[in-house]
Design a protein around this ligand. Structure first.
Ligand SMILES: [Zn+2]
Length: 126
């Protein structure tokens, strides 16, 4: 686990970003590729299972077979996994838990205290 300084910005707000430190795991290219392939095969396997279901077989299977590669690419693009830990909401200063395995960047978190959504991005200079 590494530590990374992040800037937290409330979505749809002109507030200046606040700074925090998160624990994260940097994924190697091989691990990213493995996660992408597993996600691709999992979604496509659901599409293959849907083929035998009446009413869902045509649209459902086609949608899931197309969504499989898309889900794989999205999983491959994640370079870091955050957490576990917590961040302070930049709007209401409540503690917001960060679940282990939360993907970044930018990481999107939701504050249960004020209902705002905020983004975390790596701070310039580390
Ligand atoms: Zn809040």
């Amino acid at each position: 686990m590494d530590s990374q300084r992040v800037l937290l910005t409330v979505m749809d707000s002109a507030r200046p970003p606040t700074e925090a430190v998160v624990e994260l795991e940097r994924l190697s290219p091989g691990r990213r590729l493995g996660r992408g392939v597993v996600r691709w095969l999992a979604v496509s396997a659901v599409g293959a299972v849907v083929l035998v279901l009446p009413l869902l077989h045509a649209c459902g299977a086609l949608t899931l077979l197309v969504a499989g590669p898309v889900a794989g690419v999205l999983a491959y693009r994640r370079q870091v996994l955050l957490g576990p830990g917590q961040l302070t909401c930049p709007r209401c200063e409540a503690a917001v838990p960060v679940a282990a395995g939360t993907g970044g960047w930018p990481v999107r978190l939701h504050c249960g205290g004020c209902g705002s959504t905020f983004l975390g991005r790596p701070a310039p200079g580390g």
